[in-house]
Design a protein around this ligand. Sequence first.
Ligand SMILES: Cc1cc2nc3c(=O)[nH]c(=O)nc-3n(C[C@H](O)[C@H](O)[C@H](O)COP(=O)(O)OP(=O)(O)OC[C@H]3O[C@@H](n4cnc5c(N)ncnc54)[C@H](O)[C@@H]3O)c2cc1C
Length: 386
Amino acid sequence: METFDVVIIGGGIVGSSIAWHLTDAGCRKVLVIERESAQGKGSTGKSMGGVRAQFSTAVNIQMSLYSIPFYASFDERLGHPAGYRPQGYLFVATRDSHLAYLSDNFERQKSLGLRDARLLPAREIIDMLPQLRSDDILGGSFCSTDGFVDPYSAMNGFMASAVEKGATLWKKTEVSGIVTDANGIAAVETSRGRVSTRVAVNASGPWAAETAKLAGVELPVEPLRRMLVPSEPYDDFPHSSPMVIDMSNGFHFRPEGRGFLLAWNDPEETPGYKPDFEPSFIEKILMRAANRVPAFENLAVNPKRAWAGWYEMSPDHHAILGPVAQVPGFFLANGFSGHGVMHAPATGKILSDLILTGRTDVVSDVSVLGFDRFAKGALLHETAIL
Ligand SMILES: Cc1cc2nc3c(=O)[nH]c(=O)nc-3n(C[C@H](O)[C@H](O)[C@H](O)COP(=O)(O)OP(=O)(O)OC[C@H]3O[C@@H](n4cnc5c(N)ncnc54)[C@H](O)[C@@H]3O)c2cc1C
């Protein structure tokens, strides 16, 4: 039986970042187990790749304050590209309540050290993007270091660099059991046999609840379908544009290749492993697109190129990070609720810190993301879910 210091269950961007941060800290006997024949077949390969620090809760802002500079220096540090493009996120407010919300967030972001966010008057938004329908725009906020990464490249970069530093990746290997003894985690059962370890990390994305169950833990994470629609090449809107979020209805879009990537979180969507893109979504999203950008009336999309993936939703839309008190050695990195790519660097550092030293200073109080918050009723509140 092989022995590892840490076994990570799931080889998406989160598992890969944890492996990299552990090996970077000198912990080399790290095994990542991925059941698919290739990495990226879970949520990571379906992501929109948006990264932002414009959040409302302190812990989410602090996760981004670690992650975005990390992405900015990723290529240099890891020797692999992450495709970071700091084109910004522009929140477009159409109600006074939006302005109040953005202004509160802005003060919190500033107090935590974010220097690049600004509140914008309507005039500046219209000057920035005259293609937007502006009769209802009241103002907004913009952060120039927000932007996009290529999730697939970042995941591969993390893993390739972790392997260069000594980590092991097993693909086409399924974790089917977690063995405990009086001291907590003792081993992990896999389709290649049993692996001995005292630390197992759940990095199983939308399947996190099933993995937790193997250790006897009821984890409140469920998959929720999200759909993205790429346009055909289109030049009547600037390709240097930020991610634009229409706060009137949550429609958002960003440049992608020679076209644009359109997103909208349908409030009628219900949880479950629904793998297929729903063709009727095209009409819903194009209606919202043309409503904010009249020129998008002429935007062509090919339904065959549209796709669906799953957010891993937690009850309060915040990640669940850290140890599980009742199973010593079992760690969670789950429930990112649509933010797992942008928060993967911080998650890797936090998990590595907690596993190796029991504490972290990436965020001022990591216990707010602890699994026990659900039993205590200490839920967080984040309304800006995109
Ligand atoms: C449409 C869409 C748009 C998104 N847009 C954004 C965005 O703009 N910005 C952002 O930050 N996030 C975004 N997200 C969310 C983001 O993609 C996820 O939060 C992130 O990819 C989660 O990474 P992960 O590594 O935890 O999960 P995954 O990538 O799903 O990886 C989990 C892995 O675990 C493996 N696994 C599971 N169970 C087992 C087992 N028993 N044995 C072995 N392997 C197992 C799976 O095969 C999978 O590869 C988006 C998601 C979707 C679907």
